[in-house]
Design a protein around this ligand. Structure first.
Ligand code: OGA
Ligand code: MN
Length: 203
C-alpha cells in the first residue's frame, strides 16, 4: 500500500489523474458487488439527480444511472473497509499535494443497460467542495464490446482536446481532480456497477 500511495499521489500531482488496477482483491470486490446487488434487489436505489440543494433534479437525458448514497454513520463492515482505504488516499494527497481534503462522501452507482452520464465536471458552482473524485468499479467482467466506458477529456497545449476511454474493469480505481477533468460515461451495453465518491475540502 505504501508504494501504491506514493504512485497515486505522484500521478495526481503530475497528471491530475491516475488509474490503479486491482486496487482491491477479488474476494473483497465480489463481496462489495454482492452487497450492492442485494441493495438493488431491495429497491433501495433511486434515479440519480444533477445539481445540488434546491436545484437538485432528476434529468434522465443528462444521466440515467441509479444511486444509493452511503451513510457515513451507518457503514456496513465492507463499506467501512473501503472507506479506510480511501482515508489512506486522502491523507497521502494532503501530505504530498496539499489539497486540504477533510471528508469523503460516496454512493453506489448502477448503470442499467442503455444508461449513460453526459459530459460534465464533478466540481461546479453548485458543488464547489468536491476536490478529488474516486471511482471503484465492481463489475465481474468487462470487455470493450460492453462499452459503457468512462471517457476523460484532456486539453492539450495547442488548445485542442484529446480523450482517453477507460473500461470499468472490476477492481479498477480511478482518481482525478474533480474540477479539472471533464468526463462522461458512454451508454453501457451491460449493467455497470461502481462506487463513486468525492474527497472534499469541508467536513
Ligand atoms: C459520476 C461519474 C463516472 C463513472 O458519477 O460523476 O462521472 O465511470 N461517474 O462511473
Ligand atoms: Mn462525474
Amino acid at each position: 500500500m505504501e508504494d501504491l500511495l506514493d504512485h497515486i499521489s505522484a500521478e495526481i500531482y503530475q497528471n491530475s489523474y491516475v488509474i490503479v488496477d486491482n486496487f482491491i482483491d477479488e474476494n473483497f470486490r465480489k463481496a462489495l458487488l454482492e452487497e450492492q446487488i442485494n441493495l438493488v434487489n431491495q429497491g433501495k436505489f433511486r434515479h440519480a439527480a444533477v445539481g445540488k440543494g434546491g436545484q437538485k433534479q432528476v434529468r434522465t437525458e443528462i444521466r440515467s444511472d441509479e444511486v444509493l448514497w452511503m451513510d457515513a454513520d451507518d457503514l456496513s463492515p465492507l463499506q467501512a473497509s473501503y472507506w479506510a482505504k480511501v482515508e489512506e488516499i486522502r491523507k497521502v494527497l494532503n501530505q504530498r499535494c496539499f489539497l486540504g481534503l477533510r471528508s469523503f462522501e460516496g454512493h453506489f452507482a448502477r448503470y442499467p443497460i442503455g444508461s449513460f452520464y453526459k459530459r460534465h465536471l464533478d466540481q461546479f458552482h453548485a458543488v464547489p467542495h468536491r476536490v478529488v473524485t474516486v471511482i471503484l468499479y465492481l463489475n465481474d467482467s468487462w470487455t470493450s464490446e460492453d462499452e459503457g466506458v468512462l471517457r476523460m477529456y484532456f486539453s492539450q497545449e495547442d488548445g485542442s482536446e484529446r480523450y482517453e476511454d477507460i473500461l470499468p474493469l472490476g477492481g479498477r480505481l480511478v482518481v482525478f481532480l474533480s474540477g479539472e477533468i471533464p468526463h462522461e460515461v458512454l451508454p453501457t451495453k451491460k449493467e455497470r456497477i461502481s462506487i463513486t465518491g468525492w474527497l472534499r475540502n469541508i467536513d
